[in-house]
Design a protein around this ligand. Structure first.
Ligand SMILES: [Zn+2]
Length: 183
């Protein structure tokens, strides 16, 4: 082993270099502007990173680095902060990314709206619709926030499309399954 490989440095120095080499978000591949560093899915603040002074050599860092990811602020918030359960926000975001041609900005706008609406509905103890139809039939209409109502309505319908798609996929899965049970 060479002297270079054995040389130990504090973890936060490795992290500083790591941060500088990350150009795109580890989740959505967006070009990084403000970077959120995470370790095993949890956000590690700048202050906490500054305190990570364990000495390690290059080899230990190569092992450690797999636990770390650089995310954009939006994904950091979405994946690492406490999730509410009113809407499946992560599933919705992935649906918009994978199944629509929306720009990152539009997706972000939809997600932010729906998250706000979920908080609003949950705080008023409004139960989530029991079926996909409930996202389209105006049953939540009386409970929508009085300002920007139309924006919330649009986000709700989009969420309904996501739910409908999810159900169709389940239906297909069950159909295939029952077919194979018969034959
Ligand atoms: Zn991202």
């Amino acid at each position: 082993m060479t002297v270079q490989q054995l040389k130990k440095r504090p973890l936060n120095r490795f992290l500083k270099d790591f941060k500088h080499t990350q150009t795109h978000c580890g989740r959505c591949a967006k070009l990084l502007d403000r970077i959120t560093l995470t370790r095993r899915g949890e956000i590690v603040s700048k202050t906490a990173i500054a305190r990570l002074d364990t000495l390690m050599d290059e080899h230990s860092w190569q092992v450690e680095r797999h636990a770390w990811a650089a995310l954009c602020r939006f994904c950091g918030d979405l994946y690492c902060k406490e999730q509410q359960h009113y809407f499946d926000i992560i599933g919705f975001k992935e649906y918009l990314c994978e199944q629509t041609a929306m720009s990152h900005g539009t997706i972000r706008e939809y997600v932010v709206r729906l998250r706000r609406l979920g908080t609003h509905l949950a705080s008023h103890n409004i139960p989530a619709p029991g079926s996909v139809k409930g996202y389209f039939d105006d049953s939540l209409e009386p409970w929508l926030p009085p300002t920007s109502t139309n924006n919330y309505r649009i986000a709700l319908r989009k969420y309904g499309q996501f739910q409908a798609r999810k159900q169709n996929m389940n239906v297909h899965f069950q159909e295939n399954k029952s077919t194979s049970d018969i034959y």
